[in-house]
Design a protein around this ligand. Structure first.
Ligand code: XMP
Length: 509
C-alpha cells in the first residue's frame, strides 16, 4: 500500500462510515482502536480522530497521546475528536445547554482555508453532540460557526491540525464529502489512486509473492465474499487453488447445481461435495438454534477437512473474510452479549493447521462487489442476497427433517422468484421463508385441512445490523400467498413478518 489514512476509533457509531467516505475518494484508510495506535510509517499521510459516545469531561474519557504525531502530520478531529484536541490544549469543553442533534447550517466560513475550500455559505451539516467547545485559545482559529455553536470548525494555527464539530461522513452533511476530500487530498496530499483495478493488481501481486508455488484450498458458499476471494486467488495462482463447495442439504432449491455450474463457468477448479445425509444426521432431534448452528459448523469442518486432505500438498486455507469481520470495535459499554453465534466455521483454520490467506480482509461489502464486478463475476453471484451459513436449518423452527427442508425450499423458491420477476429483488436486502412449528386449520375445496404455516420475511437494510420490514405491495404478497398455498403441498397459511430489527432479528432463530 503506497499511502493511507489512519482513523482512530473512539467508539462512534459512525466510524465505519468515515472510512467508507474516505475510500469513496479512492484513498485507502484503516480503522484502529484509540488505545492500540498502529505503526505510523511513511505510508500514513494523515490521521482522523472519530467521534465517541463519551464526553472529554469524564474522568475515564478515552484519550490518546498525540505528542509524536501532532504538528508532524495532518490531523482531523471529528466531533469528540475535535473536542479532545481542544481539551488537551487547555480549552474548555462544556455540557451544551441543549443537546444539539440534527441539521445545522455553517456560517462565517473561512473559504480561503484549505479545509473549507468550495464549501458554500449556509451549507447544511449534521450535528450530534452533548458537549460544546466553549472557546479557543490564541493558537487556534475558528473556521466556521453555526447558529448555536461558535466553534463548528477550527484549525491550530501553526499546524495542519483541524477539528470539526459536525459529522461530514453522514449524507445529511450535504458537503461533508467535499470537506473530507479537502482534508485527504488538499491537506494530506493523497493521490487518490486506490481504485478497484489498482486493488486487484496489487492483491494479485501480493498473493503470488505470499503463496509462491504452494496450493490453497477454499470453501465456496455461493455467496459474494467467498466467490470474489476465489476468483482473486485463482487469478494469482491458477489451478493451484482447489475450491470445495459443500451441499449441506440446507441450501435453496437448485442452488447447489446452479452455483456449481456458474463456478465451473468462471474457470474455477471446484469440487462439489454431496454431504446432505451427514448434515441431516448431525441435526437429528436438535431444536435449540445454537445447538443447530454448532452441529452444522462442526459437520462442515469435518466434511471440509476430509475433502481437503484428499488434495495433496495444501499449505493454505483461503477465506472470504471481509473488513467488518476484522475491525476491532471499540466497546465503550463493555463487550456486548452474544445474541447469535454467526461465525459458523471459526474453528476451521485451527483444526486444519493451515496458514490463512484472506485477500478481502481490508474491504467493505460494497467494495467487494465492485471488485467482483471489475473481475467480471456474474451479477447472479454479486447481487445475491446474504444467506446464513446454517441455511434453511435456522428457518425451520424446531427439528430438521428432509421433508421439512423440501417444503421450505418450494415456498422459498416461489417467493424469491416472484421478487425477481416483479423487480423487487434488488430493492430488498434479504428475503426468505420460515417454516413455523405450528399447524393451522384451513379449507380447500370442501375439505378441512390441518397443515403448516409459513412466514415470509423481506427486509431493507444497509448492513444487516438494523433492518426494516420491506413494504412490499399487497397485490404482490397476495399473489405469492396464493401461489404458495396452491402449489406447495403441506402449506395452508402464509403470514408476512412486519417486525423491524431491533427489536426483532432478521432470522427467526
Ligand atoms: P440476524 O438474524 O442476527 O441476522 O438479524 C443478521 C444477518 O446475519 C445472518 N445470519 C447468519 N449468518 N451464520 C451466518 O453466516 C449464522 O449463524 C447467521 N445467523 C444470522 C442473517 O441471515 C442476516 O443476514
Amino acid at each position: 500500500m503506497s499511502e493511507k489514512i489512519i482513523i482512530l476509533d473512539f467508539g462512534s457509531q459512525y466510524t465505519q462510515l468515515i472510512a467508507r467516505r474516505v475510500r469513496e475518494l479512492n484513498v485507502y484508510c484503516e480503522i484502529h482502536p484509540y488505545n492500540k495506535i498502529p505503526n505510523f510509517d511513511s505510508t500514513v499521510k494523515g490521521l482522523i480522530l472519530s467521534g465517541s459516545p463519551c464526553s472529554v469531561r469524564e474522568v475515564k474519557a478515552p484519550d490518546v497521546d498525540l505528542r509524536g504525531l501532532k504538528g508532524k502530520m495532518p490531523i482531523l478531529g471529528v466531533c469528540y475528536g475535535a473536542q479532545l484536541i481542544a481539551h488537551k490544549a487547555g480549552n474548555e469543553v462544556v455540557a451544551s445547554k441543549i443537546r444539539e442533534y440534527g441539521r445545522a447550517r455553517l456560517k462565517e466560513i473561512h473559504a480561503t482555508n484549505k479545509l473549507m475550500k468550495e464549501i458554500t455559505p449556509f451549507s447544511q451539516v449534521w450535528m450530534s453532540h452533548g458537549d460544546t467547545i466553549a472557546g479557543l485559545s490564541e493558537e487556534f482559529e475558528i473556521l466556521a460557526s453555526t447558529e448555536t455553536v461558535n466553534v463548528a470548525a477550527y484549525k491550530v494555527k501553526k499546524e495542519e491540525t483541524y477539528g470539526i464539530q459536525f459529522h461530514p461522513e453522514v449524507t445529511h452533511s450535504l458537503e461533508g464529502k467535499t470537506i473530507l476530500r479537502n482534508f485527504v487530498v488538499h491537506i494530506c496530499g493523497c493521490s487518490q489512486d486506490w481504485t478497484p483495478d489498482a486493488f486487484i493488481e496489487t492483491t494479485i501481486k501480493e498473493l503470488k509473492e505470499k503463496i509462491g508455488n504452494d496450493r490453497v484450498v477454499l470453501g465456496l458458499s455461493g455467496g459474494v465474499d467467498s466467490s470474489v476471494a476465489a476468483v482473486l486467488i485463482h487469478r494469482a495462482i491458477k489451478d493451484k487453488l482447489a475450491c470445495i463447495f459443500v451441499d449441506n442439504g440446507l441450501l435453496r432449491k437448485n442452488e447447489f447445481e446452479d452455483v456449481l455450474a456458474s463456478y465451473k463457468n468462471m474457470g474455477l477448479n471446484v469440487k462439489g461435495v454431496d454431504a446432505r445425509e451427514q448434515f441431516y444426521t448431525a441435526l437429528k432431534g436438535l431444536i435449540d438454534p445454537e445447538d443447530k448452528r454448532k452441529a452444522i459448523g462442526k459437520t462442515f469442518i469435518d466434511v471440509f477437512d476430509a475433502e481437503a486432505h484428499k488434495i495433496s500438498d495444501v499449505k493454505w486455507l483461503g477465506q472470504g473474510t471481509i473488513y467488518p469481520d476484522v475491525i476491532e470495535s471499540v466497546s465503550v459499554k463493555g463487550p456486548s452479549a452474544t445474541i447469535k453465534s454467526h461465525h459458523n466455521v471459526g474453528g476451521l483454520p485451527d483444526k486444519m493447521k493451515l496458514k490463512v490467506v484472506e485477500p478481502l480482509n481490508t474491504l467493505f461489502k460494497d467494495e467487494v462487489r465492485i471488485v467482483g464486478k471489475t473481475l467480471g463475476i456474474e451479477d447472479i453471484i454479486l447481487q445475491r442476497h446474504p444467506f446464513p451459513g446454517p441455511g434453511l436449518a435456522i428457518r425451520i423452527l424446531g427439528d430438521i427433517t428432509k421433508e421439512k427442508v423440501g417444503i421450505l425450499q418450494e415456498v422459498d423458491h416461489i417467493f424469491i422468484n416472484g421478487l425477481k420477476e416483479k423487480g423487487h429483488y434488488k430493492n430488498v436486502w434479504q428475503a426468505g421463508a420460515i417454516l413455523l412449528p405450528i399447524k393451522s386449520v384451513g379449507v380447500m375445496g370442501d375439505e378441512r385441512t390441518y397443515e403448516n404455516v409459513v412466514a415470509l420475511r423481506a427486509v431493507t437494510s444497509t448492513d444487516g445490523m438494523t433492518a426494516d420490514w420491506a413494504h412490499l405491495p399487497y397485490d404482490f404478497l397476495a399473489d405469492i400467498s396464493n401461489e404458495i398455498i396452491n402449489k406447495v403441498k403441506g402449506v395452508n397459511r402464509v403470514v408476512y413478518d412486519i417486525s423491524s430489527k431491533p427489536p426483532a432479528t432478521i432470522e427467526w432463530e
